[in-house]
Design a protein. Structure first.
Length: 585
């Protein structure tokens, strides 16, 4: 009888860190079928013995923000391989905010934040990944990816795809915002069709997210302040060689992060979020940053209220004057050192927590020292930039984000100051039940000085999806009413919006908030110094109107909009669909 020789080792025996959950799909004889699937994709024994690092990538030909992300992800993958990891790239969705803007399709934008977070969570959970390098381009990619990292609590590095370079028109730098404002100017006869056409053809010269301090660049900057992305990684343009070097380093860092078992719950703290808010207000960041930071805090189990944005903004001066309030773009900030130069000024003024942790395992203060000593971050006295101010001599004494309340917004409303910090406006309400009706009113020339345009039933549940309204706000500005017409809504604004535009009014109209009770001609006051948004009605008058109010039928009886619309919470809490998340620290 012949004697069989047993194999020297059991199939699937690898010297793999016992903490790695990918062992569940790579180790042991019983996982031979799983390894066979990996081998079909070209992975070898060395890969299977390494940390499995997911690379969620929303690359798409839908938007210039994401059209180059395959190349960005490829550089990150090279870095993961160089660091000794096993990269697994997978796709997720994106919505182009700029292309859907002003259409019914914009209702999908905020939903895509949730869907991105859900899809990355599902794939990384289902495939037992050990870590993530989350790649992001367009606006909702960024909070969606950060939410996924926080929710999974996997060792993670956030990687931004970078912003577009400005276009040139009539001898000046322009961005997509000037095109939206050009539509309003054209409707009023202030711009010819030929000039609008020329502006359209020159505003967006290539790949990357919209170039001003709009939502994508705001959230990329915030990712540094939170510590979820390496300090100095946000500002390099999309098509610059430095963007790909940053991506490669992110991949290498991901392997270090998983080996150190450094997770979002080790990085994020109340101080991290206070840093993020301070930076947002100092650079004139998008109002969407309020919504997204509230959502991220909910995922992280960190108590954060909308009132804290105003508290921090009151003590934090605005020191960067970028579009839409100013003329400069993200690349201008990059050329003088990027986000770290703003962080340093805030830190030196005790407006920033230098001991907050970052993804590198060093504190914010330690990261700044490394950038200064090893990477050539210029000293403050060497920086000459007409758009960057000091704490002692700021652009504005307070930050750009204001949170208003009053009888129209008992749960708060959000405004970004891009002009007069002492703005006060009182005027008659012009009521519209959706954005399209308001846009027609503006474009047909009905708008009058003193108007307060009210757009309701556009909130998280009522829209659903809380549309951004850059089209109508830009049309108001383009029509010459930046300073003498106010607009308020339970929807949202683009980071490119400028003027006295008040969004996130909560509670929203669809759930019976006071905005639902307004009628044409009601006198409304917007008072920034007093942080007031109010209508000249008594409490009993408001109550009587609301008693007669009937909730509208949902705009969509089924499908994805109905599903997420039913799940959305209030804008005052981040419009989350994943409420009540609390982690044990």
């Amino acid at each position: 009888m012949s004697q069989q020789t047993p194999p020297e080792t059991e199939p699937g025996s690898y010297e793999k860190d016992e903490r790695l959950r990918s062992r569940e799909v790579t180790e042991g004889a019983e996982r031979a079928p799983h390894r066979a699937m990996f081998r079909a994709m070209g992975f070898d024994d060395e890969d299977l013995s390494s940390p499995l690092v997911g690379v969620p990538n929303p690359a798409a030909d839908i938007t210039p923000c994401n059209v180059h992300l395959d190349d960005v992800a490829a550089s990150a993958i090279e870095g993961i391989e160089d660091g000794g990891g096993m990269p697994i790239e997978f796709g997720t969705v994106t919505i182009s905010d700029a292309i859907s803007m002003g259409t019914e399709g914009m209702k999908a934008s905020l939903i895509s934040r949730e869907l991105i977070a859900d899809s990355v969570e599902l794939v990384s959970f289902g495939e037992r990944m050990d870590a993530l390098v989350t790649v992001a381009g367009c606006d909702k990619n960024l909070p969606g990816m950060l939410m996924a990292s926080i929710r999974t609590d996997l060792p993670s590095v956030f990687l931004y795809g970078g912003s577009i370079m400005p276009g040139e028109h009539d001898g000046r730098d322009v961005t997509i915002v000037q095109v939206f404002e050009g539509v309003g100017a054209y409707a009023q006869g202030e711009m010819s069709g030929e000039e609008l056409d020329e502006l359209e053809r020159n505003a967006c010269p290539g790949a990357g997210s919209c170039g001003g301090m709009f939502t994508a660049n705001t959230m990329a900057s915030i990712s540094e302040a939170l510590g979820m992305a390496p300090l100095g990684s946000a500002s390099a343009p999309a098509e610059d060689h430095e963007r790909y070097a940053i991506a490669r380093r992110a991949g290498e860092l991901a392997v270090d992060v998983v080996e150190a078992d450094r997770r979002p719950s080790d990085i994020l703290s109340k101080e991290s979020f206070e840093n993020a808010i301070a930076l947002q207000t100092a650079i004139g960041g998008s109002t969407n940053g309020v919504l997204h930071l509230l959502a991220l805090a909910a995922e992280a189990g960190i108590d954060l209220s909308i009132e804290e944005f105003d508290e921090i903004s009151r003590r934090t001066p605005k020191i960067a004057d970028l579009q839409p309030g100013g003329e400069r773009v993200m690349n201008d900030l990059h050329e003088v050192g990027g986000v770290p130069v703003v962080v340093r000024r805030l830190l030196e003024a005790d407006l920033f927590h230098g001991d907050a942790m970052t993804v590198t395992g060093r504190t914010i203060a330690e990261e700044l020292a490394v950038l200064e000593d090893e990477h050539g971050l210029p000293a403050d006295e060497e920086i000459e930039a007409d758009f960057l101010y000091t704490i002692s001599d700021p652009k504005e004494p307070e930050g750009a984000i204001k949170v208003l309340d009053g009888n129209l917004a008992p749960d708060g409303a959000v405004l970004k100051v891009t002009g007069d910090d002492e703005f006060y406006h009182e005027g008659p309400a012009r009521i519209f039940e959706d954005e399209e009706a308001a846009m027609r009113y503006v474009q047909e020339g009905h708008i009058e000085s003193g108007d307060v345009i009210v757009i309701r039933n556009e909130g998280p549940k009522g829209g659903p999806g809380m549309r951004e309204m850059l089209g109508v706000t830009a049309a108001v500005v383009g029509a010459g009413h930046e300073d003498d017409v106010a607009l308020l809504t339970d929807g949202r604004f683009s980071g490119g919006t400028r003027g006295p535009m008040v969004g996130h009014v909560a509670p929203e109209a669809f759930v019976g908030g006071p905005i639902a009770a307004l009628e044409d001609g009601d006198r409304i006051t917007v008072d920034i110094p007093e942080r007031t948004l109010a209508v000249d009605l008594s409490e009993s008058e408001l109550d009587a109107r609301l008693a007669d109010w009937e909730q509208p039928e949902p705009a969509y009886p089924g499908g994805v909009l109905a599903k997420y619309g039913n799940a959305f919470g209030s804008a005052a809490n981040g419009a989350v669909t994943n409420p009540g998340v609390r982690r044990d620290k």
